[in-house]
Ligand binder design. Structure first.
Ligand SMILES: [Zn+2]
Ligand SMILES: [Zn+2]
Length: 188
């Protein structure tokens, strides 16, 4: 996980300069994001603000990446709307899965692993309950038809786990869950 960041792909810059007429200044596109292996978002405009790119994360010391380790597609950074190639809304957190190949990024996989380790340590769970809890962790990552049921299952597990373990479970959820799932489990 300590590979230096790859050079940001020039593709999107070419696209911005291209366009049907060849003169269109800007089409909507995504910038490239630079993220550390632990999921710290370090730069959401890694192409335009390349001077801010770093090899290692100043927060945690992990190596950084700007491309999917599985398929080498650039990580989606800030969305640049048409006519506003400089602006766009700041990315609030790094993507969890590659939009090109669907692989979970290293920080997503790490958090799932931590959640699974916690599930393994919770007392009073049958093997089946543990299996369902682990499946629920996967289902709260994204918005999908099983998110609500999964959120309910985790909430119940946290209540049953007692104060200490329940609190840790809530912390895991905080890092893992989609916004919707987070609201369902932790409340508004
Ligand atoms: Zn970091
Ligand atoms: Zn990929």
């Amino acid at each position: 996980m300590s590979d230096p960041p790859k050079q940001a792909s020039p593709n999107s810059a070419k696209m911005a300069a291209g366009g049907a007429a060849g003169r269109r200044a800007a089409v909507p596109r995504f910038e490239v994001a630079l993220v550390c292996a632990n999921g710290h978002l370090l730069n959401d405009r890694a192409e335009a603000q390349a001077t801010l790119n770093v090899k290692f994360c100043p927060e945690c010391g992990e190596g950084t990446l700007s491309h999917c380790p599985e398929c080498d597609t650039a990580l989606r950074g800030r969305f640049l709307p048409e006519g506003d190639p400089q602006g766009g809304k700041r990315l609030s957190r790094p993507p969890r899965f590659c939009h090109e190949c669907g692989s979970p990024f290293p920080w997503t996989a790490e958090r799932l692993l931590a959640a699974d380790e916690l599930a393994a340590q919770l007392d009073d769970l049958s093997d089946e309950e543990r299996r369902l809890l682990r499946a629920a962790f996967r289902d709260i990552l994204t918005e999908n038809p099983r998110t609500e049921v999964a959120a309910l299952r985790i909430k119940r597990a946290a209540e049953q786990a007692g104060k200490g373990a329940g609190r840790i479970l809530f912390e895991v959820v905080e890092n893992l869950a989609s916004e919707t799932a987070k609201r369902l489990i932790l409340g508004p």
